[in-house]
Design a protein around this ligand. Sequence first.
Ligand SMILES: [Zn+2]
Length: 495
Amino acid sequence: MKQLIHGGRLLTAGRLDGTPADLLIDGDTIAAVLRPGESVAADTKRIDATNRLLIPGMVNAHTHATVALCKGLVDRWSLELLLNGYPWSAGGRTVETKYLSAKIGAIEMVRKGCTACYDLVAEIPTPSVEGVKAVAQAYSDVGMRAVVAPMMADTTFYRAIPGLIESMPPGLREKAEAVRAAPYDVSLATCRTLIENWSFEHDRLRPALGPTIPHHCSDAFIVGCRDLAKAHGIGVHMHVAESKVQAVVGPRKFGTTLVGHLRKLGLIAPNFTAAHAIWIDDDDVARLADAGASVAHNPGSNMKLGSGLAAARKMRDRGITIGIGTDGCQSSDNQNVFEAMRMAAFVSRVQGPDPRQWLSAEEAFEAATKGGARALGMENLIGQLAPGFKADVVFLDLTSINYVPLNEPLYHVVFVEDGTGVDRVMVGGRMLVDEGKVLGVDMIKLAAEANGATKHLAKVNAAAREFVRAFEPVVLDYCVGLAREPYHVRQWCGH
Ligand SMILES: [Zn+2]
């Protein structure tokens, strides 16, 4: 079926002025960008885009579907408190709750103009084929594109940080030592089964691998991920140097930085996406750039967890592809890529006095569209509105208050748009959102279902909550101590 989106204005890479243009869509793909009013075949379905700005679907380069039920759950958590709290905040999920959680995340993303994401699916203690499939199914049912990577570790949080267990008082120490991570070969076997039996359409949903954090994974595990990804031509996504604690641990554990360690293990390649990449030095930037890797920049999460400000300008200038991510709901808490994009532009501006070094609106927009598409390995499919690309189109309402009055369309999208201007969202030629509502979703029913699930999870996870709370003071003291140690990179504002 052919469709014509007519009467709108177009804003995409190479056409950032928002001038009028029509889009001809054939099936799920953009067939042509036409001059306004250009004639098309009589049987073409016409979609009126008067007073609408058409942009490519935003791409969320980093999130976690299984914690979408955690929005608005916690306040002053550092990354280390978040990791300590995981068995409580993210535990106890059944296949049904994983599906529900992913569906909620996907609905929020689509509603706010995001049509594709890279999702690191957290299951404790080890990924399951049913769990990851449930997440993929949720994306499929909502209609979004996603790269779905089981997030995995074979070292517990307590063991991953040298000296942490030793700093614990007796009683607690034994409890920490008794926590076990899943052996890596079990997790890898699950991934292999998942990949070999993947039944979702490749252009829509892809599997990838998510070894979670360098020092939470043994060398053998990382090498196993590298080889499995290579054998199947899929991506690898890992949190890298997200917190200063992690950066300090790197040389202590590996005799080199975290990126240096991953490089030695051969993990860094064009299919590799590093999430956060805050506490990395110039050599690390060069290692990532020279290998053709991408970085998922999550400025909102980085500020909520007090992780620091990533040097996006430096990474971009050295040739690293930058995508923009929200991160999961424990650290975001919303799934609004417009907001993450605006924050990316803003945090670049508190890192130095020279405006020429700040991320421009164009660079931030590119990162949230083309850059994210590259991080997902979908750069030939999405991220642009041009012939041959999928028809993933966001219609922004130029009569919504975000565009009144209208000055530079690009600046409105980057500096004003907060998701409330999203009128319609199309993925692969199919309309998922109309008049700001996700089609086919009963929000009252969904809210009841979600509140029922969180109530139930609170009961199921009550013991886990007490367990992790007992560790909080010691994790806090030890990790803040580590974070105060000198390191040759500084990424905190004013420090
Ligand atoms: Zn993350």
